[in-house]
Ligand binder design. Structure first.
Ligand SMILES: Cc1ncc(COP(=O)(O)O)c(C=O)c1O
Length: 396
């Protein structure tokens, strides 16, 4: 790789930085020398433009309550306009500083009641399912179907599982863990069905900026209001600029009832005041982070292509989901014809690689593991080589 990608080829050593991904190995996997490719943060340094903005803010020693300035709000609107050709009026924006999962959780409690049914398409990012269960709502899984390693929405099954008790669908777009970027036609079809059955859609679009394939991302709330149900799209700079430590999210919704409920709740919980460091980072990223992001997307695509060719050449039994976005991919180990628990053991004990266990992603996660490829290509190569060696040794 050229110098252009130096910051991705040679990321900082994250060990001893209180990193959940790097410093928790012993507790999670039982050994400290695991290559961790599981939880969804990137090994890459947060863009310099953001670090500089934070350093600048730290020159002022008072960390008091912040409020959202016009420039902060404009930075979000401009990002959506310039990057996604979506003009969003200010009154459609609500700010939810604890983050995306917390925003989904809040919307679920505000818009449904106990025993209501909520549909989640599986495999699914685990918190999207536990939010449903832990709030005593009924989780209805609508498993995606795989065609040539590409995951699609099963509209027939979806129609079958909808009942009078179905009030909400939690959508993940682009999709974690498969990396699918939904086409506009698919979104319109989903929107039509939900509208017919008065099912509200919460669309978790935390990965919206991480699209490196040909399909363009369409935000759910960008669909014409007349063609979709009541819906809320949630975006965040968290994945885009690797800012999980500085939680932020923005809820985009044009439904007055939802916004009234949401804002009342935000005020009650005292979330209307902002965390100044998070706000500074968000604004700097949205205002100045596009160039870095463009490079990142090239690097992510190279890493993803590298996994594909590595598997084709060395481990054709392990199937990789076709993806166009995110830095996650879904690996199907079924063709190895091994018990899930044994594959898990082999990955950890023999390969020394920490993937995300597919069983946490719903019923369809058996024999599957999620890989996070937002790391240097060299580390990815090392991990895949170790997995290859472990599987080969196990067969001989
Ligand atoms: C689909 C999805 N939603 C939400 C999150 C977490 O977002 P936040 O840290 O803003 O709660 C993740 C993190 O992996 C994710 O993949």
């Amino acid at each position: 790789m050229s110098d252009l990608f130096e910051c991705f080829d040679f990321p900082p050593n994250r060990q001893n930085s209180d990193s959940y991904k790097w410093d928790y190995n012993l507790t999670k996997f039982g050994r400290s020398d695991i290559i961790p490719l599981w939880i969804a943060d990137m090994d890459f340094a947060t863009p310099k433009v953001i670090i500089k903005a934070l350093e600048q803010r730290l020159k002022h020693p008072v960390m008091g309550y912040g409020y959202r300035t016009k420039n902060y709000i404009r930075s979000i609107q401009n990002w959506l306009l310039q990057r996604h050709q979506w003009k969003v009026p200010v009154d459609a924006l609500s700010f939810y500083p604890p983050g995306t999962v917390s925003a989904v959780n809040n919307l679920v409690t505000l818009l449904t009641k106990e025993e209501d049914e909520i549909i989640v398409q599986t495999p699914a990012y685990p918190p999207l399912m536990s939010i449903v269960k832990h709030n005593n709502r009924i989780l209805i899984e609508n498993p995606l179907v795989k065609k040539n390693n590409e995951y699609e929405i099963d509209f027939l099954h979806l129609k079958k599982v909808i009942s009078k008790k179905t009030k909400l669908l939690i959508f993940c777009s682009p999709h974690n863990p498969t990396g699918r970027v939904w086409r506009k036609e698919e979104l319109l079809r989903l929107a039509k069905l939900c509208r017919e059955h008065e099912i509200t859609v919460i669309s978790d679009e935390v990965h919206a900026d991480l699209v490196w394939g040909e399909t363009k991302h369409t935000h759910f709330n960008k669909l014409p209001a007349s063609e979709r149900p009541v819906s809320a799209t949630i975006i965040s700079p968290g994945k885009t600029f690797n800012l999980a430590a500085l939680p932020q999210s923005t809820i985009i919704c044009d439904n007055q009832r939802v916004n009234r409920l949401l804002r009342h709740n935000i005020n009650t919980a005292h979330l209307s005041l902002d965390n100044v460091m998070s706000a500074v980072a968000t604004q700097a990223g949205y205002e100045k982070g596009a160039e870095w992001l463009d490079l990142l997307l090239l690097y992510l695509k190279k890493n993803r292509d590298f996994i594909e060719s590595f598997l084709q050449n060395n481990l054709p039994q392990v199937k990789l989901s076709k993806a166009q976005g995110t830095y996650l991919a879904w690996l199907d180990f079924s063709a190895l014809e091994m018990e899930h628990s044994l594959i898990n053991k082999l990955l950890i004990e023999q390969a020394g690689v920490g993937l995300h266990d597919g069983l946490l992603f719903g019923k369809t996660g058996k024999n599957h593991f999620r890989i996070n490829f937002a790391c240097s290509m060299a580390l990815l190569q090392q991990a895949l080589t170790q997995i290859h060696r472990a599987i080969t040794d196990n067969r001989t």
